[in-house]
Design a binder for this molecule. Structure first.
Ligand code: NAD
Ligand code: 44H
Length: 441
């Protein structure tokens, strides 16, 4: 927007749990480089849209103040799935979460939902006017969900306070859904050194990304918005179809490749997709199981989309690690893989390939030490594992993990058999045996 000559918008960036990015941006006046990597990459570009960088961990009160300010018209969130602190089965705020309860008790809020609710509460008496809250996370119905969670927070406040806030939200706040697609790995020291060579300047906050980018947004803004369509964003009334296409084709395959890749000692997604058998399994999961169980957005060619996803994963200049994509599995499996399992079973077909993805996640949980398992439920997952570990003990134990599997799915006999089948191969023959089996099927 700035490049197009509209100078009225700027971004206050908030980091949540670590001050690192705020600390990197502050001495460089919020400027940072976006360096595209891979075929068709544009030259490095310095972006100047961040006008202030705040550490939410160190200064939660300032975050509330900024959300409460009349000048703020839009709040966007990219805080990962776990940042929402919700129960995925009921899609409600987890009020037993210690951080959420502490925010409800009135401390300067440290959870994202608490910060938004308290910020909105600030707007009412100040006459700061309406506001739009936009989730950009990989969650189905992310806008609707965010609205529910903020309202759950308000409803859990003492009666007078909560009712007033709920009524204000209904009149003044909107929560459009979005689908954001661009692979952006964590920046490494080698990335910073490469950007320094390209720019002739040291940028501690540089970001690397693939050339592809897509942002689909529900056009429901309460207080105006930049003309993002001029920069390629798509405004639509049907974000849900885009979201499920992305989550169940791209993100599902990403997770599958991450866990298969981790089992085979592959460091990056491009290394994992380079294994013929893994690429075949991924393609079969998308084409045979995910595609038939979703309603695609109008005009999207499903098969072409799947091939493009595989091509994007093969971008070896990106260095997207299997460890990062495979993190937080307990938060992602239920959104990316299980809906395809249910859809395939409901249609009377076998969820063969998608079960391989779930079995490789189980294998990852079992073969990773608790301290190395990057998952907010690492302790609970490890506690659920049996002492003697084999397919026959691990699969039922993890199927009983209620934060991920509901009883219906956990009891489904064919799903269980498929998990046992794939887990046994991973356990006894490793990735090579898996390759033979995949090629054989
Ligand atoms: N990186 C990508 O390729 C990409 C692409 C599209 C969408 N997304 C979405 O954006 C999210 C963030 O991706 P990223 O690559 O920036 O991840 P990241 O791990 O680099 O950053 C995550 C951010 O979330 C915050 N966070 C983590 N746990 C939190 C919690 N419990 N409460 C509040 N905040 C918390 C962190 O402080 C950090 O600021 C993803 O989970 C995904 O939903 C990412
Ligand atoms: O960011 P996460 O942790 O939700 O998931 C990891 C990746 O699958 C994801 O970030 C993709 O790179 C992204 O969704 C592509 O648009």
């Amino acid at each position: 927007m700035l490049a197009a000559g509209d100078p009225q918008w700027g971004i206050v960036g908030v980091t949540q749990r670590s001050a690192t990015v705020a600390r990197q941006l502050a001495p460089q006046d919020g400027l940072f480089t976006v360096a595209e990597r891979g075929e068709g990459a544009a030259p490095a570009r310095v972006v100047s849209s961040i006008v202030e960088a705040v550490s939410g961990r160190d200064n939660p009160e300032l975050v509330v103040e900024r959300i409460g300010a009349a000048a703020t018209k839009i709040v966007t969130l990219t805080i990962t799935e776990k940042g929402y602190r919700f129960n995925p089965q009921t899609r409600t705020l987890d009020l037993d979460d210690p951080e959420t309860s502490a925010d409800l008790e009135g401390r300067p809020p440290r959870t994202a939902v608490g910060q938004i609710a308290r910020g909105l509460q600030r707007r009412a008496p100040a006459g700061a006017g309406p506001i739009t809250v936009v989730s950009c996370d990989n969650l189905p119905g992310n806008g609707e969900l965010t609205g529910i969670l903020v309202r759950n927070f308000a409803a859990a406040l003492p009666a007078g306070e909560g009712d007033e806030l709920l009524a204000w939200i209904d009149r003044n706040a909107t929560f459009p859904s979005t689908m954001v697609d661009r692979m952006v790995p964590a920046t490494t020291d080698a990335d910073l050194a490469a950007v320094e060579r390209e720019l002739g300047l040291r940028d501690e906050a540089a970001v690397v990304a693939e050339p592809f980018k897509q942002w689909v947004i529900e056009d429901n803004f309460a207080a105006g918005r930049p003309r993002w369509e001029d920069a390629g964003a798509l405004f639509t009334t049907d974000v849900a179809a885009w979201e499920s296409a992305k989550l169940r084709l791209l993100n599902a395959s990403h997770s599958m490749l991450a866990y298969l890749g981790l089992a085979a000692g592959k460091e990056t997604i491009s290394d994992a997709v380079g294994v013929d058998a893994f690429r075949t399994a991924c393609r079969r999961m998308m084409l045979d199981e995910a595609l038939p169980s979703i309603a695609l957005p109008a005009g999207l060619d499903g098969e072409q989309y799947c091939e493009e996803v595989l091509r994007r994963f093969a971008n070896s200049a990106l260095g997207h690690t299997t460890a990062k994509v495979g993190s937080d599995g307990s938060q992602k499996i239920g959104l990316r893989l299980l809906p395809t399992i249910r859809g395939t079973i409901d249609a009377g077909r076998e969820p063969r390939w998608v079960s391989l993805a779930v079995a490789s996640w189980m294998h990852h949980v079992t073969t990773t030490l608790e301290t190395d398992l990057n998952d907010p439920l690492a302790q609970e997952l490890q506690a659920a594992l049996p002492t003697t570990q084999s397919a026959d003990t691990v699969v039922p134990a993890l199927l009983g993990f209620r934060s991920v599997f509901d009883p219906d799915l956990a009891e489904h006999s064919r799903f269980r058999e498929l998990l046992l089948h794939w887990y046994r191969i991973l356990e006894t023959d490793g990735p090579d045996g898996l390759g033979n089996e995949i090629n054989h099927v």
